[in-house]
Design a protein around this ligand. Structure first.
Ligand SMILES: NC(=O)c1ccc[n+]([C@@H]2O[C@H](COP(=O)([O-])OP(=O)(O)OC[C@H]3O[C@@H](n4cnc5c(N)ncnc54)[C@H](O)[C@@H]3O)[C@@H](O)[C@H]2O)c1
Length: 252
């Protein structure tokens, strides 16, 4: 019996990296998974992988910046699987690395729109379903950079810090309704995001891996393991927390 047997999860940014790993891990633990991504092909690939392994999964294009698109994604989950037990607000954009004076207003707004408003919108549209059931687990993918600063990443760090606070407020607001809300903060994790930032994953590993006390980058599956815990009843006394899985990065 899987730890998420009978549960239904909706995951944004599910098409690759950490979101894809969470989708696959949830399905392995018995959940039905709705994969949302701005890239519909990537989302469909993940859903197909789950289906091929005998799990239940649907995919839909969803741009988390757009309220109607997010509402449609949430409605599609309920239509496909009848309920929502777990929400993973995971999509984030990549922002150019530069100082505030040089960062364009467009890039600043894009970071806020995807990383912060996108999370707000998914929660806003999904919460009524969780409230009607009287239960649910909401997971906001934040970052170790919500706690420690990284030079040249003002917009990213600001949005990730905000998500940790957002999780705390939502935890207070919805605890009496049986809904738990936690942040999940990865450290450097080997995904396409780092490929874009460092050129190649090998470069990311050799440049950034050693700055993590464990001496390497994380694997998406190691972050997904934390998401499974937060989604499952194993974390039933946990809300308003920030689960940090960062190889010791922020312990310094
Ligand atoms: N990889 C890391 O080192 C790391 C570290 C800390 C936190 N995180 C966080 O983990 C989460 C996942 O990171 P990742 O490395 O897997 O990222 P990634 O860039 O590899 O994947 C992100 C996914 O989100 C999708 N996406 C982007 N904009 C979207 C939008 N507007 N609407 C819907 N989907 C959209 C992309 O298409 C992609 O499939 C992010 O919130 C990121 O900030 C990552």
């Amino acid at each position: 019996m899987g730890r998420l047997e009978g549960k239904v999860a909706v995951i944004s940014g599910a098409g690759r990296g950490i979101g894809a790993a969470i989708s696959l891990a949830f399905a392995e633990e018995g959940a039905a998974v709705q994969c949302l991504d701005i890239d519909p092909t990537a989302a469909a690939d993940v859903a197909a992988k789950i289906g091929a392994a005998g799990g239940r999964s649907e995919a839909a294009r969803c741009d988390v910046r757009d309220s109607a698109s997010v509402r449609g994604g949430v409605e599609a989950v309920v239509e496909a699987f009848g309920r929502i037990d777990v929400v993973v607000a995971n999509a984030a954009t990549v922002t150019p690395r530069t100082t505030v004076d040089a960062l364009s207003e467009e890039d600043w707004r894009d970071a806020l729109d995807v990383n912060l408003t996108g999370v707000f919108l998914l929660c806003k549209h999904a919460l009524p379903h969780l409230r009607a059931q009287g239960s649910g687990s909401v997971i906001l993918t934040a970052s170790q950079m919500g706690r420690v600063a990284y030079d040249g990443q003002a917009a990213y760090c600001a949005t990730k810090g905000a998500l940790i606070q957002l999780a705390k407020v939502m935890a207070l607001d919805h605890a009496a309704e049986g809904i738990r809300v936690n942040a999940l903060s990865p450290g450097g994790t080997a995904t396409a995001r780092l490929e874009r930032r460092f050129g190649t994953l090998e470069q990311a590993e050799s440049e950034w891996g050693p700055t993590h006390p464990v001496g390497r980058l994380g694997r998406p599956e190691e972050i997904a393991a934390g998401a499974v815990f937060l989604a499952s009843d194993g974390s039933s006394f946990m809300t308003g927390a920030d689960l940090l899985i960062d190889g010791g990065y922020s312990a310094r």
